[in-house]
Design a protein around this ligand. Structure first.
Ligand code: CA
Length: 651
């Protein structure tokens, strides 16, 4: 009797297992809508990237979609019909959908932190819809309750008191259970990321052995649940040249993984040549597949949701392509070529479906962001991330980098995901006139350029005549002038700077040696020298750099003593930017005959936020010794900064 019952039980269990396995491909009715040939009807110029394998990954991170839809967003296809956005993506050549997964992006009362409130249930919904239209899912575990990136890798609330062993077990179990949910629903998982932009830190851990220990726990769970899926790691900042160090740390600590992926935002992450070179080295020297896991670019400089955007016409970042649909597609095409040149396996675009929630005011949108988590962060995130989300919570910072307009209508740029394979070489036309700049010193004749650079739809340039709308007599005084003009029927812009004669030598440190600047290292700062790095310079290639890993080392003066000055009234300015300085004391100063006669307090806030210090109206008589400089004292461990662009002028 017992035996018979046991047999029935075994049979029942076996049948349950069989039906569970069998359900993988039957619960979701797959509708194959992927384009089989070149899509028709696209006015954008696209040169084919030759030799892309058929399985080359063209991914789209669409994590925000469910929260946007809950907020009222609808998506419309190329015929103007309201359609499932995942269907539109598949029809346009997207073959992978990426989705971020946070452990628990909710407060104790169930209020979402925002950013789509993306947990495994969101991934499940997105995964079902991706699978339905024949696309694979790329699951991006952040192993945090909210955004993880190079600036923050916070441990989930529930794991914060765990030691490393306990955390590794919890992470493995969380990964396994999450993936099992996807598997049971029949979601076609192709790749799983163990961590997001984990530049040396993850899940609250900050040493490679600990980070890799946790990644290994995640990797083990992926191998177990989805043995066919690829395990990916993801880093940012290829421009820093650190990827070989990362890959070595992963290897030396024994991580089992397949894909080494990078973020590549053209306005932050260095040159395409460097991207190719970095990824190629990882592929060849470490035997890993490589790809770009995040990229995006703007199709307009305008914001559409009353929440400022990462890049805009006002932002100071590089603009390697115009902010137009053609510029956006040229960027995607160039990144694809760079990955192909590295022998990489794919490119994933970041949140090209994230658009405005559609309200007519910030207040209307704010209500939706708070209710549905459809902004980048809600006020409820403050409990977990007080310094960033708690201060800056709001809407979408990338609505101008989408492939849908602010009303949800797909734009033809989305077809690039298909057309990059085939090419779509439409007749070349002028896309925009490149901004020009001109620096003059007072007294020089003001001669505006007769030609401008036109940027064509393929990204190439040609020189064209330009006429400027400016009254030369009004451009004689020191100052910054924005001048508009016309070339090829389009608007041209010229930034003119008329400067006083700068009486300092090597004012921007461009000679690379630092002379005749004199540095006095009062605190024993270990890193204190001129540095060549255009991305960290206010102008030119060089600036003066300081950094100390340990506290209380950063204290120094940097000054120079110009010779041959005439009697008169002088103004001195110098710039600084930096971070992690703590309660810093910084000021510009002017000394006459060795005594400080005036100072100007300065501040250090964040990377790329340059602050001037200006000492003005210094009376000087020929024969005296004038010394101008900057004093910096920054007590915190890790204090760093950059000094650039000093000027001394006679009124
Ligand atoms: Ca916005």
């Amino acid at each position: 009797m017992r035996t018979k019952l046991a047999r029935i039980l075994v049979l029942f269990l076996a049948l349950s297992l069989l039906s569970a396995c069998g359900s993988d491909n039957t619960t979701i009715q797959v509708e194959d809508v992927a384009p089989k040939a070149k899509l028709e009807g696209c006015s954008l110029y696209i040169k084919a990237v030759e030799g892309l394998p058929e399985d080359f990954i063209f991914g789209m991170d669409a994590s925000q979609v469910p929260s946007l839809e809950a907020s009222g967003v609808k998506y419309y296809d190329f015929d103007g019909a309201e359609t499932d956005v995942f269907r539109i993506l598949a029809q346009s050549g997207v073959n992978y959908i990426r989705v971020r997964v946070w452990n628990d992006p909710f407060d104790a009362d169930g209020h979402g932190y925002g950013g789509g409130n993306c947990n495994i249930d969101t991934a499940l919904e997105i995964g079902r819809r991706a699978t339905k239209y024949g696309m694979k899912l790329l699951v991006d575990f952040h192993y945090s309750d909210f955004w993880a990136d190079p600036g923050k890798q916070m441990v989930p609330k529930a794991w914060k008191d765990m030691d490393l062993d306990a955390k590794a077990s919890a992470l493995e179990q969380f990964t396994r259970e999450s993936l099992q949910k996807l598997k049971q629903a029949g979601v076609n998982v192709g790749m799983v990321q163990v961590g997001n932009e984990t530049n040396g830190a993850m899940c609250g851990e900050t040493t490679w052995p600990n980070v890799v220990r946790l990644m290994s726990a995640g990797s083990k769970a992926v191998r177990e649940v989805f043995p066919e899926a690829k395990v990916a790691v993801h880093f940012a900042n290829p421009e820093n040249g650190v990827y070989p160090d990362y890959a070595r740390a992963l290897r030396d600590n024994g991580l089992d993984y397949d894909v080494f992926g990078s973020s590549y935002y053209p306005y932050w992450h260095g040159s395409l040549e460097n991207l190719t070179d970095s990824l190629k080295k990882i592929r060849l020297n470490f035997g890993k597949q490589v790809m770009v896991l995040e990229t995006s670019y703007a199709w307009t400089g305008e914001d559409s949701d009353f929440s400022g955007n990462t890049i805009s016409d006002e932002s100071s970042v590089d603009q390697p392509y115009p902010y137009t649909q053609q510029g956006q597609v040229n960027s995607l095409r160039a990144v694809t070529q760079a990955v192909a040149d590295a022998g990489g396996i794919g490119v994933c675009y970041w949140e090209g479906t994230w658009i405005s929630v559609g309200g007519a005011s910030r207040e209307e949108n704010q209500a939706l962001w708070e209710k549905y988590g459809s902004g980048w962060a809600s006020s409820y995130a403050a409990e977990y991330d007080p310094d960033d989300a708690g201060k800056w919570y709001g809407g979408c910072a990338v609505d101008n980098q989408s492939f849908f307009d602010s009303k949800g209508h797909v734009m033809e740029g989305l077809k690039a995901f298909n057309l990059i394979r085939w090419g779509n070489e439409t007749e070349l036309r002028v896309e925009r006139i490149a901004d020009a700049s001109l620096r003059l010193t007072v007294g020089e004749p003001v001669v505006l350029p007769e030609t401008a650079e036109a940027v064509l739809t393929d990204g190439s340039r040609k020189t064209v005549p330009v006429t400027w709308d400016a009254d030369l007599s009004e451009l004689q005084l020191p100052g910054d002038y924005e001048i508009s003009g016309t070339a090829e029927g389009q608007t041209a812009r010229l930034h003119l700077t008329v400067e006083n004669v700068n009486l300092l030598s090597n004012p921007s440190f461009e000679d690379g040696v630092g002379t005749p600047w004199v540095v006095e290292n009062l605190g024993g700062c270990p890193d204190l020298f001129p540095e060549q790095k255009a991305g960290d310079s206010r102008t030119g290639e060089w600036h003066w750099h300081f950094w100390s890993e340990t506290a209380d080392k950063v204290e120094f003066t940097l000054e120079q003593t110009p010779e041959g000055l005439e009697t008169g009234t002088y103004d001195f300015t110098i710039y600084i930017m930096g971070g992690d300085c703590g309660a810093a004391e910084v000021y510009a100063y002017v000394k006459i005959d060795g005594t400080i006669v005036d100072t100007a307090p300065m501040e250090i806030t964040a990377w790329n936020e340059w602050h001037p210090g200006t000492v003005s109206g210094v009376a000087y008589e020929a024969g005296q010794t004038m010394t101008v400089g900057i004093y910096v004292k920054a007590p915190n461990a890790g204090a760093w900064g950059k000094i650039d662009d000093a000027s001394l002028s006679l009124r």
